[in-house]
Ligand binder design. Structure first.
Ligand code: ZN
Length: 295
């Protein structure tokens, strides 16, 4: 647990790989807001215990930044009594996806993670008034998924970015949009945050915008070249040298990202449904095994 400003904390889980996400807490005079939970019962309990050390009040609001299980499987540790807030599509997708993610990595000790969907949803924006502290929740279009929301605390200029920004970890847009992510990052820049809590990896500053943007533009470039040469996404991935991005964790996401970039080159709208399971299978083939999950 890292204090970022008075009453504002980031909960950072190293090393930020598959299903090892960050969370956050904003404590106002009469409200304690938790931002995301964790993938397993053990990790979510630990998060709750760490929050209890900084907030005397039991959290009464919980925000899920998007529908991925690592960010909400721990919801039951907080709700009841917390009201869970998310984008309206996140609720639908949480219910549709259920606990499916657990089947992907059966060796993980998931514990009890009963599906606990958000009960308060919105479409564009909503503001929480936690005493004097304004906490703005906003959705800016498809990016990492179709239902990402951001938590912005203007007074302290702290941004909780969910999985739209990553630090030292490969971005992943298979279920969202590469072009959309770039547009959303532009809009987040305008907020002019001082501190950014990414969905995975260490807390950073505005340099995270540049780093994520550089990766996404590179994906668009190699996808455009590969597409023009008639190569499949797997062929592009096989011949690609990761170069400056070789140091990012979970590099196999390249394949999923190329799939999304190819869909966009073919004219698909940002966030339109594609065969995610097939793309994930190809990613496994390219990697030679399932991605590593140390949750
Ligand atoms: Zn995610």
């Amino acid at each position: 647990m890292q204090q970022l400003a008075p009453g504002i904390y980031a909960y950072v889980q190293p090393d930020g790989g598959w299903c090892i996400n960050n969370a956050g807490v904003v404590i106002g005079e009469d409200t304690t807001v938790v931002i995301d939970t964790a993938a397993t019962e053990r990790r979510a309990r630990l998060l709750r215990e760490e929050i209890a050390k900084v907030s005397l009040r039991t959290p009464n609001l919980l925000v899920n930044t998007h529908f991925h299980g690592d960010h909400h499987f721990g919801n039951a540790q907080f709700s009841p009594p917390a009201t869970i807030v998310a984008h309206e599509v996140a609720r639908t997708e949480i219910i549709e996806a259920g606990l499916g993610l657990r089947q992907l990595w059966p060796q993980v000790e998931w514990g009890e993670t009963p599906l606990t969907p958000p009960t308060l949803t919105f479409h564009d924006a909503i503001t929480i008034h936690a005493g004097q502290t304004r906490i703005e929740l906003m959705h800016l279009g498809p990016a990492h998924t179709t239902n990402d929301i951001f938590v912005w605390v203007p007074e302290s200029r702290v941004l909780f970015a969910g999985d739209v920004l990553w630090n030292g970890v490969t971005p992943f847009c298979l279920m969202g949009s590469i072009a959309g992510s770039l547009q959303v990052i532009e809009r987040l820049r305008e907020l002019d945050p001082v501190l950014i809590v990414p969905g995975h990896g260490d807390v950073g500053g505005p340099e995270l915008f540049d780093a994520n943007e550089a990766y996404l533009r590179w994906i668009q470039d190699i996808a455009r070249d590969g597409h023009a040469s008639g190569l499949s996404t797997l062929e592009v991935a096989s011949k690609t040298d990761l170069g400056e991005f070789a140091g990012l964790l979970d590099p196999e996401r390249l394949v999923g990202n190329l799939h999304r970039a190819y869909a966009e080159l073919a004219g698909l709208a940002p966030g339109a449904r594609i065969d995610v399971a097939a793309a994930f299978g190809e990613m496994v083939a390219h990697h030679g095994r399932l991605p590593d999950c140390h949750a």
